[in-house]
Write a protein that binds this ligand. Structure first.
Ligand code: ATP
Ligand code: MG
Length: 393
Protein backbone atom coordinates (compact mmCIF):
# COMPACT_ATOMS: atom_id res chain seq x y z
CA UNK A 1 0.00 0.00 0.00
CA UNK A 2 1.48 3.30 -1.01
CA UNK A 3 1.72 6.12 1.48
CA UNK A 4 -1.11 8.59 1.12
CA UNK A 5 -0.39 12.26 1.01
CA UNK A 6 -1.92 14.05 3.96
CA UNK A 7 -1.56 17.77 4.62
CA UNK A 8 0.94 18.55 7.40
CA UNK A 9 -1.93 19.84 9.56
CA UNK A 10 -3.69 16.47 9.38
CA UNK A 11 -0.45 14.56 10.04
CA UNK A 12 0.25 16.76 13.06
CA UNK A 13 -3.30 16.36 14.32
CA UNK A 14 -3.07 12.55 14.10
CA UNK A 15 0.40 12.56 15.71
CA UNK A 16 -0.76 14.71 18.61
CA UNK A 17 -3.68 12.37 19.33
CA UNK A 18 -1.50 9.24 19.13
CA UNK A 19 1.18 10.82 21.32
CA UNK A 20 -1.52 11.04 24.01
CA UNK A 21 -2.01 7.29 23.76
CA UNK A 22 -5.11 7.24 21.52
CA UNK A 23 -5.75 6.11 17.95
CA UNK A 24 -6.57 8.47 15.10
CA UNK A 25 -7.27 7.97 11.40
CA UNK A 26 -8.16 10.14 8.45
CA UNK A 27 -11.57 8.80 7.34
CA UNK A 28 -14.33 9.05 4.78
CA UNK A 29 -14.28 11.46 1.87
CA UNK A 30 -10.67 12.58 2.30
CA UNK A 31 -9.36 8.99 2.08
CA UNK A 32 -11.59 8.28 -0.93
CA UNK A 33 -10.49 11.44 -2.74
CA UNK A 34 -6.80 10.96 -1.90
CA UNK A 35 -6.91 7.41 -3.31
CA UNK A 36 -8.52 8.81 -6.46
CA UNK A 37 -5.80 11.44 -6.75
CA UNK A 38 -8.36 14.20 -6.21
CA UNK A 39 -8.04 17.10 -3.84
CA UNK A 40 -10.20 16.41 -0.75
CA UNK A 41 -12.70 19.18 0.06
CA UNK A 42 -12.07 18.81 3.75
CA UNK A 43 -10.49 16.40 6.23
CA UNK A 44 -12.19 14.25 8.84
CA UNK A 45 -10.37 12.37 11.54
CA UNK A 46 -11.87 9.54 13.63
CA UNK A 47 -10.46 8.67 17.03
CA UNK A 48 -11.11 6.64 20.17
CA UNK A 49 -10.36 9.74 22.27
CA UNK A 50 -13.43 11.43 23.77
CA UNK A 51 -14.33 14.99 22.70
CA UNK A 52 -13.12 16.36 26.05
CA UNK A 53 -9.75 14.65 25.58
CA UNK A 54 -9.44 16.26 22.14
CA UNK A 55 -10.33 19.70 23.52
CA UNK A 56 -7.57 19.29 26.09
CA UNK A 57 -4.94 18.32 23.52
CA UNK A 58 -5.14 21.26 21.13
CA UNK A 59 -4.88 24.99 21.75
CA UNK A 60 -7.63 25.89 19.34
CA UNK A 61 -10.84 23.84 19.05
CA UNK A 62 -14.50 24.53 18.30
CA UNK A 63 -17.17 22.22 19.76
CA UNK A 64 -19.08 21.98 16.43
CA UNK A 65 -21.14 18.89 17.12
CA UNK A 66 -20.21 17.84 20.58
CA UNK A 67 -23.41 15.80 21.09
CA UNK A 68 -22.35 13.69 18.13
CA UNK A 69 -18.75 13.57 19.26
CA UNK A 70 -17.37 16.13 16.82
CA UNK A 71 -14.82 18.78 17.68
CA UNK A 72 -13.23 20.99 15.03
CA UNK A 73 -9.50 21.27 15.61
CA UNK A 74 -7.81 24.27 14.04
CA UNK A 75 -4.35 23.34 12.76
CA UNK A 76 -3.05 26.76 11.72
CA UNK A 77 -5.79 27.76 9.35
CA UNK A 78 -6.85 24.20 8.41
CA UNK A 79 -10.03 23.10 10.20
CA UNK A 80 -10.15 19.35 10.86
CA UNK A 81 -13.30 17.65 12.11
CA UNK A 82 -12.26 15.18 14.76
CA UNK A 83 -15.03 12.75 15.70
CA UNK A 84 -14.99 10.10 18.37
CA UNK A 85 -15.65 6.58 16.98
CA UNK A 86 -19.34 6.01 16.81
CA UNK A 87 -21.49 2.98 16.66
CA UNK A 88 -24.94 4.32 15.98
CA UNK A 89 -27.90 3.06 17.94
CA UNK A 90 -31.46 2.51 16.68
CA UNK A 91 -32.89 4.68 13.91
CA UNK A 92 -36.55 5.60 14.17
CA UNK A 93 -37.27 8.46 11.80
CA UNK A 94 -35.43 7.36 8.65
CA UNK A 95 -32.71 9.85 9.36
CA UNK A 96 -31.20 10.29 12.79
CA UNK A 97 -30.22 7.51 15.10
CA UNK A 98 -32.21 7.82 18.32
CA UNK A 99 -29.09 7.33 20.34
CA UNK A 100 -25.47 7.96 19.52
CA UNK A 101 -23.10 5.67 21.26
CA UNK A 102 -19.39 6.09 21.10
CA UNK A 103 -17.43 3.07 20.00
CA UNK A 104 -13.99 1.95 20.97
CA UNK A 105 -12.90 0.46 17.64
CA UNK A 106 -12.34 1.96 14.20
CA UNK A 107 -14.15 -1.12 12.81
CA UNK A 108 -17.43 -0.05 14.50
CA UNK A 109 -17.06 3.44 13.17
CA UNK A 110 -16.44 2.27 9.61
CA UNK A 111 -19.37 -0.15 9.61
CA UNK A 112 -21.90 2.62 10.26
CA UNK A 113 -20.71 4.59 7.21
CA UNK A 114 -22.80 4.70 4.06
CA UNK A 115 -20.80 3.35 1.10
CA UNK A 116 -17.73 1.17 0.82
CA UNK A 117 -15.76 3.95 -0.89
CA UNK A 118 -16.58 6.25 2.05
CA UNK A 119 -15.79 3.66 4.69
CA UNK A 120 -12.02 3.56 4.63
CA UNK A 121 -9.59 4.91 7.21
CA UNK A 122 -5.92 5.70 6.92
CA UNK A 123 -2.92 6.72 8.94
CA UNK A 124 0.75 6.39 8.14
CA UNK A 125 1.35 3.84 10.87
CA UNK A 126 -1.45 1.34 10.10
CA UNK A 127 -1.87 2.12 6.41
CA UNK A 128 -5.29 1.71 4.83
CA UNK A 129 -8.11 0.14 6.87
CA UNK A 130 -10.50 -1.18 4.25
CA UNK A 131 -12.96 -3.69 5.70
CA UNK A 132 -15.60 -3.63 2.98
CA UNK A 133 -13.69 -3.65 -0.29
CA UNK A 134 -13.78 0.11 -0.72
CA UNK A 135 -10.51 0.23 -2.62
CA UNK A 136 -11.61 -2.36 -5.13
CA UNK A 137 -14.95 -0.56 -5.59
CA UNK A 138 -13.02 2.66 -6.17
CA UNK A 139 -10.93 0.95 -8.81
CA UNK A 140 -13.99 -0.52 -10.50
CA UNK A 141 -16.02 2.67 -10.21
CA UNK A 142 -18.80 1.25 -8.05
CA UNK A 143 -20.98 2.75 -5.32
CA UNK A 144 -22.05 -0.03 -2.96
CA UNK A 145 -23.65 0.13 0.47
CA UNK A 146 -21.74 -1.03 3.51
CA UNK A 147 -23.87 -3.96 4.66
CA UNK A 148 -27.34 -4.79 3.42
CA UNK A 149 -28.64 -1.96 1.20
CA UNK A 150 -32.29 -2.27 2.24
CA UNK A 151 -31.31 -2.00 5.92
CA UNK A 152 -28.99 0.92 5.35
CA UNK A 153 -31.54 2.89 3.31
CA UNK A 154 -34.31 2.23 5.79
CA UNK A 155 -32.09 3.48 8.63
CA UNK A 156 -31.45 6.71 6.78
CA UNK A 157 -33.28 7.56 3.56
CA UNK A 158 -30.96 10.46 2.83
CA UNK A 159 -28.41 7.83 1.81
CA UNK A 160 -30.59 7.21 -1.27
CA UNK A 161 -29.80 10.68 -2.56
CA UNK A 162 -26.21 10.46 -1.39
CA UNK A 163 -25.84 7.26 -3.37
CA UNK A 164 -26.82 9.10 -6.54
CA UNK A 165 -24.75 12.15 -5.66
CA UNK A 166 -21.57 10.08 -5.30
CA UNK A 167 -22.29 8.00 -8.41
CA UNK A 168 -22.87 11.14 -10.46
CA UNK A 169 -20.01 13.14 -9.00
CA UNK A 170 -17.48 10.36 -9.40
CA UNK A 171 -18.92 9.01 -12.66
CA UNK A 172 -19.43 5.62 -10.94
CA UNK A 173 -22.04 2.91 -11.43
CA UNK A 174 -24.38 1.96 -8.62
CA UNK A 175 -24.07 -1.69 -7.70
CA UNK A 176 -27.20 -3.64 -8.61
CA UNK A 177 -28.52 -4.54 -5.15
CA UNK A 178 -27.75 -1.04 -3.88
CA UNK A 179 -29.58 0.49 -6.85
CA UNK A 180 -32.65 -1.74 -6.53
CA UNK A 181 -32.96 -0.99 -2.83
CA UNK A 182 -32.46 2.76 -3.39
CA UNK A 183 -35.21 2.91 -6.01
CA UNK A 184 -37.54 0.68 -4.04
CA UNK A 185 -37.22 2.74 -0.88
CA UNK A 186 -37.07 6.18 -2.45
CA UNK A 187 -40.59 6.96 -1.16
CA UNK A 188 -39.02 7.35 2.29
CA UNK A 189 -37.34 10.56 1.13
CA UNK A 190 -40.62 12.20 2.07
CA UNK A 191 -39.60 11.74 5.69
CA UNK A 192 -36.27 13.52 5.29
CA UNK A 193 -35.74 17.22 5.95
CA UNK A 194 -36.13 19.14 2.71
CA UNK A 195 -33.00 21.18 3.41
CA UNK A 196 -30.95 17.99 3.34
CA UNK A 197 -32.63 16.89 0.13
CA UNK A 198 -31.84 20.29 -1.37
CA UNK A 199 -28.14 19.93 -0.54
CA UNK A 200 -27.96 16.47 -2.12
CA UNK A 201 -30.03 17.44 -5.15
CA UNK A 202 -27.89 20.48 -5.95
CA UNK A 203 -24.86 18.27 -5.32
CA UNK A 204 -26.18 15.87 -7.97
CA UNK A 205 -26.76 18.73 -10.39
CA UNK A 206 -23.16 19.86 -10.00
CA UNK A 207 -21.91 16.58 -11.48
CA UNK A 208 -20.55 16.41 -15.00
CA UNK A 209 -23.51 14.34 -16.24
CA UNK A 210 -26.50 14.95 -13.98
CA UNK A 211 -29.00 13.45 -16.44
CA UNK A 212 -28.55 10.05 -14.76
CA UNK A 213 -30.63 11.47 -11.95
CA UNK A 214 -33.58 10.45 -14.12
CA UNK A 215 -33.43 6.91 -12.73
CA UNK A 216 -34.16 8.25 -9.26
CA UNK A 217 -36.65 10.97 -10.22
CA UNK A 218 -38.66 8.49 -12.30
CA UNK A 219 -39.67 6.73 -9.10
CA UNK A 220 -41.67 9.87 -8.30
CA UNK A 221 -39.75 10.31 -5.05
CA UNK A 222 -39.87 14.12 -5.26
CA UNK A 223 -43.51 14.37 -6.30
CA UNK A 224 -44.31 15.43 -2.74
CA UNK A 225 -42.28 18.59 -3.43
CA UNK A 226 -43.89 19.18 -6.81
CA UNK A 227 -41.48 17.46 -9.19
CA UNK A 228 -42.74 14.56 -11.25
CA UNK A 229 -40.66 11.82 -12.84
CA UNK A 230 -40.90 10.50 -16.35
CA UNK A 231 -39.21 13.32 -18.27
CA UNK A 232 -36.32 13.04 -20.69
CA UNK A 233 -33.40 14.69 -18.90
CA UNK A 234 -30.68 14.01 -21.46
CA UNK A 235 -30.32 17.70 -22.32
CA UNK A 236 -29.44 18.47 -18.70
CA UNK A 237 -25.88 17.28 -19.38
CA UNK A 238 -25.39 20.03 -21.96
CA UNK A 239 -26.14 22.88 -19.54
CA UNK A 240 -23.17 24.83 -18.19
CA UNK A 241 -22.17 23.68 -14.72
CA UNK A 242 -23.89 26.45 -12.83
CA UNK A 243 -26.23 25.80 -9.92
CA UNK A 244 -29.03 28.12 -11.07
CA UNK A 245 -28.78 27.25 -14.76
CA UNK A 246 -29.00 23.53 -13.93
CA UNK A 247 -31.92 24.04 -11.55
CA UNK A 248 -33.73 26.10 -14.20
CA UNK A 249 -33.12 23.38 -16.80
CA UNK A 250 -34.37 20.70 -14.43
CA UNK A 251 -37.59 22.65 -13.82
CA UNK A 252 -38.12 23.26 -17.52
CA UNK A 253 -37.40 19.67 -18.56
CA UNK A 254 -39.67 18.19 -15.91
CA UNK A 255 -42.33 20.90 -16.35
CA UNK A 256 -42.07 21.66 -12.67
CA UNK A 257 -43.42 24.89 -11.18
CA UNK A 258 -41.07 27.34 -9.46
CA UNK A 259 -42.91 26.54 -6.21
CA UNK A 260 -40.67 23.45 -6.07
CA UNK A 261 -37.76 25.73 -5.16
CA UNK A 262 -39.73 27.21 -2.27
CA UNK A 263 -40.75 23.74 -1.15
CA UNK A 264 -37.07 22.82 -1.11
CA UNK A 265 -36.51 25.92 1.08
CA UNK A 266 -33.74 27.17 -1.15
CA UNK A 267 -32.47 30.67 -0.40
CA UNK A 268 -34.32 33.63 -1.95
CA UNK A 269 -31.42 34.60 -4.13
CA UNK A 270 -31.38 31.18 -5.80
CA UNK A 271 -35.17 31.16 -6.11
CA UNK A 272 -35.19 34.59 -7.77
CA UNK A 273 -32.35 33.81 -10.15
CA UNK A 274 -33.84 30.49 -11.24
CA UNK A 275 -37.25 32.13 -11.71
CA UNK A 276 -35.76 34.87 -13.90
CA UNK A 277 -34.05 32.19 -15.97
CA UNK A 278 -37.11 29.99 -16.39
CA UNK A 279 -39.26 33.01 -17.26
CA UNK A 280 -36.90 34.38 -19.87
CA UNK A 281 -35.80 31.15 -21.42
CA UNK A 282 -38.90 31.14 -23.63
CA UNK A 283 -37.49 34.22 -25.42
CA UNK A 284 -35.54 33.34 -28.57
CA UNK A 285 -32.04 34.85 -28.57
CA UNK A 286 -32.57 38.36 -29.98
CA UNK A 287 -30.34 39.58 -32.78
CA UNK A 288 -31.04 43.32 -33.02
CA UNK A 289 -29.69 45.86 -30.54
CA UNK A 290 -33.19 47.08 -29.45
CA UNK A 291 -34.35 43.50 -28.83
CA UNK A 292 -31.22 42.77 -26.81
CA UNK A 293 -31.92 45.90 -24.76
CA UNK A 294 -35.48 44.73 -24.10
CA UNK A 295 -34.25 41.33 -23.00
CA UNK A 296 -31.71 42.98 -20.69
CA UNK A 297 -34.59 44.87 -19.10
CA UNK A 298 -35.90 41.55 -17.79
CA UNK A 299 -32.75 39.43 -17.57
CA UNK A 300 -29.73 40.89 -15.75
CA UNK A 301 -26.60 40.93 -17.88
CA UNK A 302 -24.83 38.69 -15.33
CA UNK A 303 -27.25 35.88 -16.24
CA UNK A 304 -26.71 36.07 -19.98
CA UNK A 305 -24.31 33.08 -20.06
CA UNK A 306 -26.86 30.97 -18.20
CA UNK A 307 -29.62 32.14 -20.54
CA UNK A 308 -27.61 31.27 -23.67
CA UNK A 309 -26.63 27.93 -22.22
CA UNK A 310 -30.32 27.12 -21.62
CA UNK A 311 -31.31 28.19 -25.13
CA UNK A 312 -28.52 26.16 -26.73
CA UNK A 313 -29.08 23.05 -24.66
CA UNK A 314 -32.86 22.98 -24.53
CA UNK A 315 -33.83 24.53 -27.87
CA UNK A 316 -30.78 23.90 -30.09
CA UNK A 317 -30.41 27.63 -30.76
CA UNK A 318 -27.36 29.06 -32.46
CA UNK A 319 -26.56 31.97 -30.16
CA UNK A 320 -23.45 33.37 -31.83
CA UNK A 321 -25.02 36.43 -33.49
CA UNK A 322 -27.01 37.22 -30.37
CA UNK A 323 -23.90 36.96 -28.18
CA UNK A 324 -22.00 39.34 -30.50
CA UNK A 325 -24.85 41.82 -30.45
CA UNK A 326 -25.01 41.63 -26.65
CA UNK A 327 -21.29 42.45 -26.52
CA UNK A 328 -21.91 45.40 -28.81
CA UNK A 329 -24.76 46.72 -26.62
CA UNK A 330 -22.69 46.42 -23.47
CA UNK A 331 -19.42 47.72 -24.93
CA UNK A 332 -21.21 50.75 -26.32
CA UNK A 333 -23.18 51.42 -23.12
CA UNK A 334 -26.48 51.43 -24.98
CA UNK A 335 -29.31 52.39 -22.62
CA UNK A 336 -31.74 49.65 -21.60
CA UNK A 337 -32.91 50.60 -18.08
CA UNK A 338 -34.84 53.58 -16.74
CA UNK A 339 -31.74 54.47 -14.72
CA UNK A 340 -29.82 54.81 -17.99
CA UNK A 341 -32.11 57.66 -19.13
CA UNK A 342 -30.54 61.10 -18.97
CA UNK A 343 -33.60 62.38 -17.13
CA UNK A 344 -35.32 61.42 -13.89
CA UNK A 345 -38.82 61.48 -12.42
CA UNK A 346 -38.40 64.80 -10.56
CA UNK A 347 -37.38 66.54 -13.75
CA UNK A 348 -40.47 65.18 -15.46
CA UNK A 349 -42.73 66.49 -12.69
CA UNK A 350 -41.01 69.91 -12.81
CA UNK A 351 -41.52 70.06 -16.57
CA UNK A 352 -45.26 69.67 -15.96
CA UNK A 353 -45.41 66.54 -18.10
CA UNK A 354 -46.76 64.43 -15.22
CA UNK A 355 -48.19 65.02 -11.76
CA UNK A 356 -47.82 61.88 -9.78
CA UNK A 357 -45.84 58.68 -9.47
CA UNK A 358 -47.86 56.40 -11.65
CA UNK A 359 -47.90 58.87 -14.54
CA UNK A 360 -44.19 59.47 -14.12
CA UNK A 361 -43.58 55.75 -14.30
CA UNK A 362 -45.58 55.40 -17.49
CA UNK A 363 -43.79 58.31 -19.13
CA UNK A 364 -40.33 57.08 -18.10
CA UNK A 365 -41.16 53.72 -19.54
CA UNK A 366 -42.30 55.15 -22.82
CA UNK A 367 -39.18 57.32 -22.98
CA UNK A 368 -37.08 54.22 -22.43
CA UNK A 369 -38.80 52.38 -25.28
CA UNK A 370 -38.14 55.36 -27.56
CA UNK A 371 -34.50 55.53 -26.48
CA UNK A 372 -34.03 51.79 -26.99
CA UNK A 373 -35.22 52.20 -30.58
CA UNK A 374 -33.14 55.35 -31.09
CA UNK A 375 -30.32 55.84 -28.54
CA UNK A 376 -29.58 59.32 -29.98
CA UNK A 377 -32.73 60.53 -28.17
CA UNK A 378 -31.03 59.99 -24.82
CA UNK A 379 -30.27 63.67 -24.15
CA UNK A 380 -31.90 65.71 -21.40
CA UNK A 381 -33.49 68.36 -23.63
CA UNK A 382 -34.77 65.87 -26.20
CA UNK A 383 -36.24 63.70 -23.47
CA UNK A 384 -37.98 66.66 -21.80
CA UNK A 385 -39.66 67.68 -25.05
CA UNK A 386 -40.60 64.09 -25.73
CA UNK A 387 -42.06 63.80 -22.21
CA UNK A 388 -44.24 66.89 -22.73
CA UNK A 389 -45.32 65.51 -26.11
CA UNK A 390 -46.23 62.17 -24.55
CA UNK A 391 -48.21 63.92 -21.80
CA UNK A 392 -50.28 65.78 -24.35
CA UNK A 393 -51.21 62.58 -26.18
P1 ATP B 1 -17.82 15.28 0.11
O1 ATP B 1 -16.50 15.36 -0.57
O2 ATP B 1 -18.96 15.47 -0.80
O3 ATP B 1 -17.91 16.12 1.37
P2 ATP B 1 -17.79 13.11 1.98
O4 ATP B 1 -17.57 11.66 1.78
O5 ATP B 1 -16.77 13.84 2.81
O6 ATP B 1 -17.93 13.74 0.57
P3 ATP B 1 -19.73 14.00 3.89
O7 ATP B 1 -21.18 14.26 3.71
O8 ATP B 1 -18.86 15.17 4.21
O9 ATP B 1 -19.23 13.28 2.58
O10 ATP B 1 -19.59 12.90 5.01
C1 ATP B 1 -18.34 12.47 5.52
C2 ATP B 1 -18.34 10.97 5.75
O11 ATP B 1 -19.30 10.64 6.77
C3 ATP B 1 -18.73 10.13 4.55
O12 ATP B 1 -17.61 9.85 3.74
C4 ATP B 1 -19.32 8.90 5.19
O13 ATP B 1 -18.30 8.03 5.61
C5 ATP B 1 -19.98 9.43 6.43
N1 ATP B 1 -21.42 9.77 6.24
C6 ATP B 1 -21.93 10.98 5.96
N2 ATP B 1 -23.26 10.95 5.89
C7 ATP B 1 -23.61 9.68 6.15
C8 ATP B 1 -24.86 9.00 6.24
N3 ATP B 1 -26.01 9.64 6.02
N4 ATP B 1 -24.84 7.69 6.56
C9 ATP B 1 -23.67 7.04 6.79
N5 ATP B 1 -22.47 7.62 6.70
C10 ATP B 1 -22.42 8.92 6.40
MG1 MG C 1 -16.95 15.95 3.42
Amino acid sequence: MKKLNLPTGVENCINTITSHGFEAFAVGGCVRDSLLGRNPKDYDVATNAAPDDIIGMFPKTVPTGIAFGTVTVMMDSLPIEVTTYRSDGEYDDFRRPTTVSFGSKIEDDLSRRDFTVNAMAYNHESGLVDLFGGQSDLQNGVIRCVGKPADRFSEDALRIMRCFRFALRLGFDIEQETLSAALEMSGNLEKISVERIAVELTGCLAAKCPARLKTLLDTGCLTFLGMNGGSDLSRLDRIMNDRCARLAALLLLTKTENAFLKNLRLDNRTINTVSVLTMNSSVKPPVTAPDICRLLGALPYELSEQYYSLREALYDDDTKISRNMLRYVVDNDLPYKISHLKINGNEIIRSGAAKEGREVGIILNRLLQAVIDDPSLNERQKLLSLAVELFQQ
